[in-house]
Design a protein around this ligand. Sequence first.
Ligand SMILES: NC(=O)c1ccc[n+]([C@@H]2O[C@H](COP(=O)([O-])OP(=O)(O)OC[C@H]3O[C@@H](n4cnc5c(N)ncnc54)[C@H](O)[C@@H]3O)[C@@H](O)[C@H]2O)c1
Ligand SMILES: [Zn+2]
Length: 361
Amino acid sequence: MKELKIKTPTSEYPIYITEGFNGLAAAFETAGFSGRKLCIITDSNVAPLYLDKIKALLSGYDVSSYVFKAGEESKNLDTISDFYKHFIDERLDRKSVLVALGGGVTGDMTGFAAATYMRGIPFVQIPTTLLAQVDSSVGGKTGVDFLGNKNMVGAFYQPSFVYINSQTLSTLPKEQVASGMAEAVKTAYIIDKDLLTYFNENAPAIKALDPEKIGHVIYSCCKAKAWVVNRDEKESGLREILNFGHTFGHAVEKLSGFKLLHGECVAIGMAAAMHLAADMDKTTENDLLDAEKLLQFFDLPIRAENFGTDDIYKQMFYDKKTKNGKLNIIVLEEIGKAYTEKNAPEDAVKAAIAHIAGDKK
Ligand SMILES: NC(=O)c1ccc[n+]([C@@H]2O[C@H](COP(=O)([O-])OP(=O)(O)OC[C@H]3O[C@@H](n4cnc5c(N)ncnc54)[C@H](O)[C@@H]3O)[C@@H](O)[C@H]2O)c1
Ligand SMILES: [Zn+2]
């Protein structure tokens, strides 16, 4: 079991990274939760796979559970209302602990419910998707979608601990694994050059979810994200670099009507962002080709064939992170280092989009 200590300006908590659930009960004890009421929140896909097992491991506790219908469509205030009703029925109080068992949807909603129920009760993350293990469970962003706007309502709220069992990835559909891998590759490019080397040297084993290799990837990503979040918990600057590939990617995601998975769009967005960095002489054409090869190896798309350059360009201005009509694009300063570019040359941006768009000549 590996352990990472996360320190933010407002809290401190451990992330455990391991290959089973054996250490789970001990983690609850270490957190000082002995004797507390627990409520496990999970979705309809994850519940049949892991809920009974977790309940059995926590048999020393008074545990209830709430299962919601899997999918982003459930990530809204109606579901949160259902959670609150369950909490009241179960008489959860300020000492009770919520447990998020599932992917990013479960984690974001459980965290938001924990931040708001009785003005805040503790919660624990047990992420079961690669995306949640390398990205969403770290950093304290919680929330729900509202009227079709992603993550419009939410709070910054940190968990008491994160328990990552990489074995849960064995049941995760392949395209979901690929989607999470896009965020992991992103992390390597913006923060951790050594991780990129590791990716290139161990790609087949990582893809096969070899426990040691995927464990190292998860550990490195959590560490890198924690490093960023520690310096900028509420996204006033540095944290923006986590959006590498996302300004392009979000546009594609929206144009696809959210049919493409988030990580798939991030991969496409990274191909555009790598093109931009090469165009701005920060990195080389070869770096772009290497990145595209790596993404493709993980079965990720790197082109948005169905969309035109102009459509993607226009859509980018609707991004909620576009400030004052100006595009904020995360650009690589070099491999392993990124910054927010507020004045990317329009020609270079359009060329980057043309590189991924379907109307490329
Ligand atoms: N808080 C953050 O910082 C942050 C960062 C990135 C993304 N997000 C959010 O995360 C969400 C996406 O997360 P996600 O991709 O994990 O989505 P998800 O939670 O919907 O999980 C994806 C699918 O995998 C299933 N699943 C989960 N674990 C499984 C397992 N071990 N075996 C089999 N099936 C399993 C789920 O039921 C679901 O169908 C989005 O809502 C996004 O906004 C949040
Ligand atoms: Zn993302």
